[in-house]
Design a protein around this ligand. Structure first.
Ligand SMILES: Nc1ncnc2c1ncn2[C@@H]1O[C@H](COP(=O)(O)OP(=O)(O)O)[C@@H](O)[C@H]1O
Ligand SMILES: [Mg+2]
Length: 277
């Protein structure tokens, strides 16, 4: 009897999750949140990712930077499971997503939030309806609980009182914020950002950079940011990876990259027209 009670207890403990907590289970000991292991991706004959090795450490902001057409968005599409690579493994929170059943893969995908290049809000829905949408689709929360969560997250993201606004009434920066708010309604453990600064002015870009750091610091979300914007990359990245022709050719802290003599990297960092890039 006693033993049964104890067993019951310990299994309850191991299942306990709270808001912002990593999902049930063994948040592993330094293992990366995302690991793309020898990933090759082709569109037809064209090799877009070439034996790519990319790790995204937990609880940090990782930025993949690189020019247009070098495979940045493809990385995100593979991580969210929009498509499968030609070769390699993709591990998310320790699980090889390519080996999972459909049901298991959906569970993993729930851990991932995505902020698209253009905010992708539903134009005909208010800010509130946009944010409530994923909760209505994927949870059984009651309306009062939905309202509470939406209000809390909008407040925490500096959008108090915006519930009734329509996306068309918002500035580009606000729309981006609402897109991020909607993405974190489901309390993801990973947030992916595809060129979050695109279409935004420099001041708003800085604000979005701060927002990404808030995701890390206040929501404990692991962030992977795809960017071609050097200033914001160097501001937000705990780890920065330079993607060139489908491979990571250099990685490290922003300071380590500044000191890395790789000629392609240095050309990119200095925006020089002449060079090997
Ligand atoms: N669905 C697709 N079919 C064929 N080619 C594609 C497709 N998506 C992307 N590409 C090509 O793959 C390359 C990498 O694309 P992408 O990952 O979107 O690069 P980036 O985000 O770095 O600009 C580009 O040359 C692009 O034209
Ligand atoms: Mg892209």
């Amino acid at each position: 009897m006693t033993q049964q009670t104890m067993t019951q207890h310990s299994s309850d403990d191991s299942l306990s999750t709270g808001p912002g907590q990593p999902d049930r289970g063994e948040p592993a000991d330094g293992a990366p949140m995302v690991w793309m292991d020898h990933v090759t991706m082709r569109y037809g004959e064209r090799v877009v990712l070439d034996d790519l090795e990319l790790t995204v450490p937990r609880g940090k902001v990782t930025v993949v930077m690189g020019g247009s057409g070098h495979g940045k968005s493809t990385i995100l599409k593979l991580i969210v499971g929009f498509m499968a690579p030609a070769a390699g493994r993709i591990l998310i929170d320790g699980q090889n997503v390519l080996e999972l059943s459909e049901v298991e893969r959906l569970e993993v995908q729930k851990k991932i939030g995505m902020s698209f290049q253009y905010s992708a809000l539903f134009d005909s829905m208010s800010v509130y309806e946009n944010c409530a949408f994923p909760l209505r689709e994927h949870t059984r929360l009651r309306e009062g609980e939905i309202r509470e969560r939406v209000r809390d997250i909008l407040n925490r993201l500096g959008l108090p009182g915006s519930e009734d606004e329509m996306p068309s009434e918002l500035s580009g920066g606000m729309r981006k914020r609402v897109g991020v708010a909607r993405a974190i309604m489901m309390q993801p453990t990973i947030m992916l950002f595809d060129e979050p600064e695109s279409g935004l002015d420099p001041i708003t870009t800085t604000a979005i950079g701060k927002l990404i750091m808030e995701m890390r610091d206040n929501f404990h979300i692991t962030c992977l940011v795809i960017s071609h914007n050097l200033a914001s990359t160097m501001m937000v990245g705990d780890k920065v990876c330079m993607l060139y022709k489908g491979r990571i050719i250099a990685e490290g802290t922003p300071d380590e990259l500044r000191g890395n003599p790789d000629p392609v990297l240095q050309q990119f960092l200095h925006g020089r027209a002449e060079g090997p890039y």
